[in-house]
Design a protein around this ligand. Structure first.
Ligand code: PLP
Length: 452
């Protein structure tokens, strides 16, 4: 097989942002942002859960500039997507180069070299259970590959039941939203959802007892369970890290009953936690691994990496997609994988350590406001006492030029690009601490007011 030629990648080190941030030149949101929000809200679906009125027009590395010329440090990264930073020159070059050659040629019906090369690269970086090299299916998004895994799991095992966890987020299409159990609003008004889905408690070693004590005893025998879908660290559910032994115990349970373990690494993967996949930190190998978000730096790509023997149980026409594995997305993924392995995963570990060390004292300093600081690498959750407090901190960060995003019931997540520099991290931590201090101060003033 001939090796496709690749553009050499210049500098594997994190890129320094060319723009300085934060730099606020108007109040936020500024006048143009406010006007744009009004325009947007006339035309776009009201279902979109906008967090706050940031209106970006360009981005470089960790920095985003809004429509009024304000610059923000982006610690939300497009919901943990721009892993290599905004518009990494190597990713832009790879996409531009590909755009000049071939924009589309459906890999479902024909043979597309860059599609197969992307599958091989994903198989190379993904340790699964079993000895064979995995095979890979490409879609356009996270939810699509969750759907693919639901279909493959049922098809390959001949069993109907799928288990997911309370607090999980797996997407919003009918199959994936049936697995999702982070917030009731994702289900409200859409029932009946997919039958054959049950939800287990997440994260503590003791929760594993639920499988024997409740699921297998009261609901369904183990030989009717096709797969357990798990986020190694829950994302939308609040950046919740399971207890050590939880994922290992889940693997053992699945092995005992011939159940497939599906790791949804759509948010936790692509180097974010300081290893290529989060589940590697517990030494666990899933049967199927799902990725999307950070794997292509912002181009729409999802991948299902599955054990070869499972994949070889479904035949031609069982699954496919017109656009999945589009050449531009594949070019971005290949560049992203090389940047991740070329230094960004290591950077995620170091900068994550800096962040956790810089925030560790918050629960002690603000008891009653900050409940916990947790995470791995650059997947960091700060749990607040109430939803209102988390929302207030999110807004206070925005006002100071730092973009963060709520998660779970009352957490704020930090998920910056893996290119984040030491200086950017130090600035972001300062801004975050100032935001928490302002919210604490306001709370104290309000409490004093209500006592009067
Ligand atoms: N799975 C996880 C763990 C996610 O975090 C998400 C998105 O947030 C999804 C699946 C769905 O991905 P998408 O929004 O690309 O459909």
């Amino acid at each position: 097989m001939s090796e496709p030629t690749r553009r050499p990648l210049a500098d594997p080190q994190p890129v320094e942002s060319a723009l300085e941030a934060p730099r606020l030149v108007t109040e936020v949101p500024g006048p143009r942002a406010r006007a744009h929000v009004a325009f947007d809200e006339t035309w776009t679906s009201p279902s979109l859960p906008r967090a706050y009125p940031i209106v970006p027009v360009r981005g470089v590395g960790t920095v985003v500039e809004d429509i009024d010329g304000n610059r923000f440090l982006d610690f939300a990264a497009g919901i943990a997507v721009v892993s290599t930073g905004h518009c990494h020159p190597e990713v832009v070059a790879a996409v531009t180069d590909q755009a000049e050659r071939l924009l589309h040629f459906s890999a479902s019906d024909f043979y597309l070299p860059i599609y197969a090369e992307t599958c091989r690269e994903l198989a190379r970086v993904t340790p699964l259970a079993g000895d064979d090299a995995p095979r890979v299916y490409l879609g356009n998004s996270g939810t699509e590959v969750v759907e693919a895994a639901m279909k493959l799991a049922r098809h390959a095992t001949g069993r109907p039941v799928l288990v997911a966890f309370l607090g999980a987020f797996h997407g919003r299409t009918y199959g994936s939203v049936s697995l999702t159990a982070s917030k009731a609003k994702y289900h409200a008004g859409f029932g009946p959802l997919l039958p054959g889905v049950v939800h287990a408690p997440y994260g503590r070693l003791a929760d594993l007892d639920w499988f024997e004590d409740v699921l297998f005893k009261r609901l369904v025998p183990p030989d009717e369970v096709a797969a357990v879908f798990v986020e190694p660290i829950q994302g939308e559910g609040g950046y919740v890290v399971p207890e050590d032994g939880f994922l290992e115990g889940l693997r053992a349970l699945c092995d005992r009953y011939g159940i497939l373990l599906v790791a949804d690494e759509i948010q936790s993967g692509a180097g974010r936690t300081g290893t290529f996949w989060a589940i590697e930190q517990w030494g666990v190998r899933p049967d199927i691994l799902l990725t999307a978000k950070g794997i292509a730096s912002g181009l729409p790509l999802g991948a299902m990496v599955a054990r070869r023997d499972l994949m070889e149980r479904w035949g031609k026409g069982a699954h496919g997609s017109t656009y999945g594995g589009n050449p531009l997305a594949c070019a971005a993924a290949l560049a992203t994988i090389r940047l991740l392995e070329g230094g960004l995963i290591a950077n995620a570990r170091v900068r994550g350590g800096q962040a956790l060390a810089g925030l560790a004292d918050l629960p002690e300093r603000y008891p009653g406001l900050v409940a916990e600081v947790r995470g791995r690498g650059l997947m960091i959750g700060i749990e607040f006492a109430t939803t209102a407090a988390a929302e207030a901190v999110q807004w206070a960060c925005f006002e100071r030029g730092l973009l963060v995003l709520e998660a779970g019931d009352s957490a704020v997540r930090l998920s910056p690009p893996l290119t984040v520099t030491e200086g950017e991290m130090a600035t972001a931590l300062e801004l975050f601490r100032a935001a928490v201090a302002a919210v604490a101060e306001r709370g104290a003033v309000e409490a004093a007011g209500s006592r009067r």
